[in-house]
Design a protein around this ligand. Structure first.
Ligand code: CO
Length: 158
């Protein structure tokens, strides 16, 4: 299929809980490939299936390396970080969001094989953000506040 349309803000699909993946089939592989392609095109760090209108517990993160997650669950959280967070479904905005500093995630790969992955700092933030999408939660629901234009400009310098 290729590039998919990223749903924005008030779209009802972004607010619904996604269903577990049960078939690790060709259709899932196409979805994962499309998420990767769409994310690369949008120059983002992560994308969840509901953001392209597919209510399945699937997301793709590309920070240090590409990670495909099916049925991901956070099994441990440690510490706290407060920092800038954005979302391709909330374009042009950045919020300040508190997240755990370190998380451990259990998930399945595209063939159904279980694995555990650990994330710290920005990667931990991305895991939390993408998994929230699978429950119909946007960062704007839990943020402290939006950042001002001045704060964002300051952030871009670093
Ligand atoms: Co997002």
């Amino acid at each position: 299929m290729g590039l998919r349309t990223i749903l924005k803000g008030g779209d009802p699909a972004l607010r619904k809980p996604s269903r577990d993946v049960t078939n690790f089939d060709k259709r899932l592989h196409i979805l994962l490939d499309d998420l990767a392609e769409t994310l690369e095109h949008a120059k983002g760090a992560g994308l969840a299936a509901p953001q392209v209108g597919v209510l399945r517990r699937v997301c793709f993160i590309n920070i240090e390396e590409p990670i495909e997650l099916c049925n991901p669950r956070i099994v441990s959280r440690e510490g706290e970080q407060e920092g800038a967070e954005g979302c391709l479904s909330v374009p042009g905005k950045t919020g300040i969001v508190k997240r755990p500093d370190k998380v451990v995630v259990e998930a399945q790969d595209r063939y159904g094989k279980r694995f555990t992955v650990e994330g710290e700092g920005f990667l931990a933030r991305a895991f939390c953000h993408e998994i929230d999408h699978l429950d119909g939660v946007l960062y704007t629901d839990i943020m402290e506040r939006f950042m001002t234009m001045e704060e964002i400009a300051e952030l871009d310098k670093t």
